[in-house]
Ligand binder design. Structure first.
Ligand code: NAD
Length: 297
């Protein structure tokens, strides 16, 4: 299939490579030449603007951009996708943005005859490389079915979450819970170790007791408890604190929109924001445990 791909960063780059591996033809664009090179080396055709991606007339165009402002610019600018794309081309935005903007852009696309799906992912850069991402998809069921084979070339699972914007709703809800659970595990691990427990033994207890969660059993923030997690390599790699701050901003903003409190979500946002302000924005978000304890590594 002919596919357009815009945004070839840490996530978009490896996702595009997996589409090439699955035999699709790709026309790609990114503002950064460095981001484009590995994808053209693998066989994609690079063009020089968003409009040229639309002009190549692919059946599907995928975008993987940093935040809402970039998505608005790429789709809604005078020379953007919606101004140039032919009718019936399916548009898929895999960026993590706020659900309100996702619905606004999809509404504008739909009004001119282009179906659009919001399809944010979980699984991180490792999942993007391995092709094991989970897609949370908002939009019409028939469009989801049209997209499914392409999404499955980049991920292991695609879940239809309901109408437009619901993919983003699922994503911000999940990441808010993850942010909160990570702080909870950091606090509990620090307390137990501070009171004299061996961290590995404490983790073993948590992980077979009612406190168990992904943050405790798969991504434990305490250094040395697990191999191959950011906590055991100085909190490098993984999911950056600043990305978590961004996602918590999306969650609290969406909550404001429906006038619902997210008390722990807002507290988590402030804790991560403060942690970032101390110069830790590039560290994995599990490094928030440093708010509780001095490392003796
Ligand atoms: P990134 O910054 O590495 O990549 C974004 C790319 O978009 C960059 O290469 C940039 O040059 C390009 N870009 C920006 N504006 C553009 C424009 N107008 N036209 C063309 N290209 C443009 O970001 P990333 O880590 O790949 O993340 C992308 C999205 O995926 C974000 O919304 C992020 O929240 C989400 N996400 C990231 C992760 C992760 O672990 N990195 C995990 C899940 C979801």
């Amino acid at each position: 299939m002919d596919i357009g791909f815009i945004g070839l960063g840490n996530m978009g780059g490896p996702m595009a490579l997996n589409l090439l591996k699955a035999g699709h033809n790709l026309t790609v664009y990114d503002l950064s030449a460095n981001a484009v090179a590995p994808v053209t080396d693998a066989g994609a055709t690079a063009v020089n603007s968003v409009a040229e991606v639309a002009a190549a007339d692919p059946a599907i165009i995928i975008t993987m951009l940093p935040a809402s402002s970039h998505v608005k610019a790429v789709y809604l600018d005078r020379d953007g996708l919606l101004a140039r794309v032919r009718p019936r081309v399916l548009l898929i935005d895999a960026s993590t943005i706020d659900p309100i903007t996702a619905r606004e852009v999809a509404g504008a696309a739909g009004a001119q005859g282009n179906a659009m799906l919001d399809a944010p992912v979980s699984g991180g850069t490792g999942g993007a490389v391995a092709g094991t991402l989970t897609f949370m998809v908002g939009g019409e069921g028939e469009d989801f079915e049209r997209a499914r084979p392409v999404l499955e070339a980049m991920g292991k699972k695609a879940i239809h979450c309901g109408p437009s914007g619901n993919g983003q709703v699922a994503k911000v809800s999940n990441n808010m819970l993850l942010a909160i659970s990570m702080i909870g595990v950091a606090e509990a691990m620090s307390l137990g170790v501070g009171l004299g427990m061996d961290p590995k033994v404490l983790a073993e207890v948590l992980n077979t007791s009612t406190g168990r969660c992904w943050s405790s059993d798969t991504y434990n923030p305490f250094p040395g408890v697990q191999e191959n997690v950011p906590a055991s390599r100085g909190y490098t790699g993984g999911f950056g604190t600043d990305l978590m701050v961004k996602d918590l901003g999306l969650a609290t903003e969406a909550a404001r929109h429906i006038r619902q409190p997210v008390v722990l979500g807002a507290l988590a946002q402030q804790l991560y924001q403060g942690f970032s302000a101390q110069g830790n924005g590039a560290l994995d978000f599990s490094a928030i445990i440093r708010n509780y304890r001095k490392e003796q590594e």
